[in-house]
Design a protein around this ligand. Structure first.
Ligand code: GAR
Length: 196
């Protein structure tokens, strides 16, 4: 059975969908949920589901990302994960950290990559007059929100759509897509999944 550590910064709804998917004949189990933020609502949700939790606060390290990542790496290594899932983890990781986990780290991003890397993806899609939006799961490589795409799900943008309504509808898709990709990835299958 593969061991999966999930990195969060906030409410952790994607983390919950991943944790709850890893039961029965699933090839993986959650070994740790780690947040860079003590206040992340997802920490409680993970503990309620019987998953070990940890916090590595980035703030004491200021601009020194490598120092933060050394502690992060040490704490993760204690949990012996085979796979890292970034799930609303809002820290940019350096090449040094990424290279230590390359080929074993996934991320979910709320856009149809390669469009809209970075933040405010839904507002940018609306601003551009796009007719569809969605989410992407990809392998993490040193370049931000780049790396081989493992899954994508799209929704049509509707009349009267706001960034908030779009975010909510895309988030529902995230909760389907990410577990579907993780299940395949944990079984060693890197073929792309397209939803619906
Ligand atoms: C999700 O929409 C995820 O795609 C996005 O943050 C949200 C986290 O929600 N991630 C990023 O923007 C990464 N740059 P959650 O904490 O409820 O899973």
């Amino acid at each position: 059975t593969k061991r999966v550590a999930i990195l969060i910064s906030g409410s952790g709804s994607n983390m919950v969908s991943l944790v709850e998917s890893m039961t029965g004949d699933h090839p993986a189990r959650a070994c740790l949920v780690l947040s860079n933020n003590h206040d992340a609502g997802g920490l409680r949700k993970a503990a309620d589901r019987g998953v070990d939790t940890a916090v590595v606060d980035h703030r004491p390290y200021g601009e020194d990302r490598a120092a933060f990542e050394d502690i992060l790496h040490a704490r993760l290594t204690e949990a012996r994960p085979d796979i890292l899932c970034l799930a609303g983890f809002m820290r940019v990781l350096t090449e040094g950290f990424v290279s230590r986990w390359q080929g074993r780290m996934l991320n979910i991003h709320p856009s149809l990559l390669p469009k809209y890397r970075g933040l405010n993806t839904h507002a940018r899609a609306l601003q551009a007059g796009d007719t569809k939006a969605g989410c992407t799961v990809h392998e993490v490589t040193p370049a931000l929100d780049d790396g081989p795409i493992l899954g994508q799900a799209e929704v049509a943008i509707e009349a009267g759509e706001t960034a908030e309504t779009l975010a909510a509808r895309v988030l529902e898709l995230e909760h389907i897509l990410y577990p579907a990709v993780l299940r395949r990835f944990a079984a060693g299958d890197r073929r792309m999944i397209t939803l619906p």
